[in-house]
Design a protein around this ligand. Structure first.
Ligand code: PDD
Length: 281
């Protein structure tokens, strides 16, 4: 495997950043994850636009132009002979002696990227069974709209879910509404057949897969409601699923051990998964 570190392609096991990189001490960095299909980045522009927004919110300068960065990612895909999988990109504020406040303008952002193969057949198989989710309080900070590598609350939530045999955590706000998953957006299909997901705000990461799926749903003339939903509403829903770049659209078949609908992936979920897969570019 080959990784990208600050303009260089290096063997993955030798790829390293400095111990004083600000991502190490402060999680002072943002990231993106692209799906890769047939050697091409999925939703390429959407992810770059969100990357630029995340960097802007943290006042980190875009290290190089979008085209140069895209070129580096394509080269990474090429050197790894990657057909289907994921590309991870991280931009930190750079290397500086530890001090909470920003370093001076001489400190340049540090860019790293890795590529990972994904077993597409295994993913399809998993989607035929669906996953279990566990609900728990959302303990993250107030700017979940920024895709930062400050993911400790997400890590703890995912682990807690895993320890109960679930594959994803659904995080709930103080009023009992689901914000999103620890690394995905959360969706339900109501008994009336409406597709529901929480509106974009500081409380969730506005997923690129989420946005693409909204246009897929609207293109198919489905009833779509952008509003928060509670755990109780999700338990009474006909179907539930999650979206993200790594699993695209994954059916949720149980919540806290209780079945959603008949306990199998829903028909609309399966239809949308296929439609998303076919339309993904
Ligand atoms: N996570 N919400 C959170 C908290 C996420 O971490 C992610 C993605 C999403 C979905 O965003 P998108 O559809 O753009 O992938 C929502 C990535 C995959 C990760 O951390 O690996």
């Amino acid at each position: 495997r080959i990784a990208y570190v600050d303009g260089r392609f290096v063997p993955h096991n030798a790829a390293a950043i400095h111990i004083e990189d600000r991502s190490v001490q402060f999680a002072d960095a943002v990231y993106e994850v692209w799906g890769v299909k047939d050697g091409a980045l999925l939703d390429s522009d959407g992810h770059f636009t969100r990357l630029e927004r995340s960097l802007g919110e943290l006042k980190i300068a875009m290290p190089v132009g979008r085209e140069a960065l895209a070129e580096a990612l394509f080269e990474l895909i090429r050197r790894n002979r990657l057909r289907n999988g994921l590309v991870y990109l991280q931009v930190s504020r750079g290397k500086a002696r530890r001090d909470h406040a920003f370093p001076g303008p001489d400190v340049k952002p540090c860019v790293i990227a890795t590529a990972k193969r994904v077993d597409f057949a295994a993913l399809v198989k998993k989607a035929e069974t669906g996953i279990a989710v566990k609900t728990m309080p959302d303990q993250r900070w107030a700017r979940c709209d920024i895709k930062t590598v400050s993911l400790l609350a997400n890590v703890l939530a995912k682990q807690a879910a895993k320890e109960t045999g679930a594959q994803e955590a659904w995080l709930t706000d103080r009023d009992g509404f689901v914000t999103e998953g620890s690394s995905s957006n959360a969706w339900i299909v109501t008994p009336e057949g409406a597709l529901v997901t929480r509106p974009a705000s500081n409380a969730i990461l506005n997923g690129i897969t989420r946005r693409t799926l909204i246009s897929v749903a609207q293109g198919r003339g489905l009833t779509f409601e952008e509003r928060p939903f509670t755990v109780d509403e999700a338990l009474a829903a006909r179907e539930a699923f999650i979206t993200n770049a790594s699993s695209m659209l994954m059916p949720v078949v149980t919540i806290d051990g209780q079945p959603v609908g008949n306990g199998h992936p829903g028909s609309l979920t399966t239809e949308l998964r296929t439609a998303y897969q076919d339309s993904a570019v």
